[in-house]
Design a protein around this ligand. Structure first.
Ligand code: PLP
Length: 424
């Protein structure tokens, strides 16, 4: 099975004679064993097997395995949300006293986690411009820096990350590059092929794609050599006293990073995805390769329509030739970026609200990356307490409309926008 389309539909779950054709939900918190000794070996990590769903569950493992296969990684795990995936992925290799470098073109929740909550835990973050030169990225690195973080395609700015440039600087400093690949998905960008080491996802977005289940995922490429930089990553390369002194890299080799995140962090922190949500997520994955091209096709058509309309002040879509990130998008996402675009109208904040309220097909919701087209005006919704000046400072202009193109017919979406423009 080499093609990603086939992996989306049939990856990892291969039933044998008489087994369910559809991947079953193992809705059980616990698992039975014949003897205390057998159970004891599981707790000592001497044998493999399920014992408690907070650590591992067969449904979750299949879905995590499928996402790992789509990304081209060696191992993956599911988490309860995208935020818990990002927290665990970083905390697995960066503890109190550590430092991370992140671009500032990232999801708002991640920005808060890195800038505020991590600080309370004794982890520092230096934010840099996503378009930084190699020298500028290098200048942000400190002796205690444990990783560099960025988004393939940022939410909501749609900044395209030059992954190879960031990977070069990370590897020169003996640290991994961690990428949030939520918006592009592995269908449009496999970041490991460009040098990324660890990928995180909010599966809540395109992977689920139907707005039914919150979830996250972490995938390890298996390419980063933790032993070669053992002094930086003692959590992986020295004995874990909470597991009878096992050393993850020695015992688990390329699976060390995900094993530690599972048996240590998931055990102690517990943000596990429910097997029911993993089942929904898998249904989404089965059509991801069909939905992504349609999302992109619609986004490009809508962006082209907006660009040619004189009521529109500006359009941000990296698939447009006029876009600042067009060349980078062609390099990293030649088949398309995603369904999300942003634009502004030549009018007041109040008139923008009127335009939004006149939309009929396109729904006003906080979500993005849904099969249904959705739209948000941060100045009237998520950022409504801010003045125009504060909005501009936050990089979200008072006129910015975030528009997430669904998989309806493009003409219907465009006609809805047309009538709303006439109504404002
Ligand atoms: C939504 C989102 C997150 C957070 O994911 P949740 O599933 O909502 O916790 C993280 N990163 C990106 C890029 C997102 O769009």
């Amino acid at each position: 099975m080499t093609n990603i389309d086939t992996k989306c539909v049939q990856g990892v779950y291969n039933p044998t004679n008489g087994e369910p054709r559809v991947m079953p939900i193992v809705q059980s918190t616990t698992f039975k064993y014949g003897s205390s000794d057998e159970m004891g070996k599981l707790f000592d990590l001497e044998a493999e097997g399920y014992f408690y769903t907070r650590l591992q569950n067969p449904t979750n493992d299949l879905v995590a395995g499928k996402i790992a296969e789509l990304e081209g990684g060696v191992a993956g795990m599911l988490t309860a949300s995208g935020m818990s995936a990002i927290f665990m992925a970083v905390f697995n290799i960066c503890e109190t006293g550590g430092h991370i470098v992140s671009t500032n073109a990232i999801y708002g929740g991640t920005y808060n986690l890195f800038g505020t909550t991590f600080k309370k835990m004794g982890i520092d973050c230096t934010f840099i411009d996503a378009d930084s030169t190699e020298e500028e990225i290098q200048a942000a690195i400190k002796p205690n820096t444990k990783l560099i973080f960025g988004e393939t395609l940022s939410n909501p700015g749609l900044v395209v990350l030059d992954i190879e440039k960031y990977a070069r600087v990370a590897h020169k400093n003996g640290i991994p590059l961690m990428i949030d690949n939520t918006f592009a998905t592995p269908v449009n960008c496999r970041t490991f092929e460009f040098g990324a080491d660890i990928v995180v996802h909010s599966t809540t977005k395109y992977m689920d794609g139907h707005a039914v289940a919150l979830g996250g995922a972490i995938v390890d490429s298996g390419n980063f050599d933790w032993e070669a930089h053992a002094d930086k990553f003692p959590g992986l390369t020295t004995p874990d006293e909470s597991y009878h002194g096992i050393t993850y890299t020695k015992k688990f080799g390329k699976l060390a990073y995900i094993t530690k995140a599972t048996v240590q962090l998931m055990r102690d922190l517990g943000p596990m995805q429910s097997p029911q949500n993993a089942f929904y997520l898998n249904l989404g994955l089965e059509s991801l390769h069909v939905r992504m091209p349609k999302h992109c096709e619609n986004a490009k058509k809508v962006a082209e329509f907006l660009e040619s309309n004189d009521k529109v002040a500006w359009v941000n879509c990296p698939m447009l030739k006029s876009n600042k990130y067009y060349d980078l998008a062609q390099k990293y996402m030649p088949n398309g970026t995603c369904g999300v675009i942003a634009f502004g109208l030549k009018c007041t904040r109040e008139e923008t609200k009127k335009f939004m309220d006149s939309l009929k097909l396109c729904a006003i919701v906080t979500h993005v990356a849904d099969a249904r087209t959705c739209v948000l005006h941060p100045a009237s919704h998520t950022h409504r307490q801010m003045t125009d000046e504060q909005l501009i400072e936050a990089g979200v202009g008072p006129d910015l409309i975030r528009f997430s193109c669904g998989i309806e017919e493009a003409d219907d979406i465009i006609n809805d926008i047309k009538q709303a423009l006439e109504n404002m």
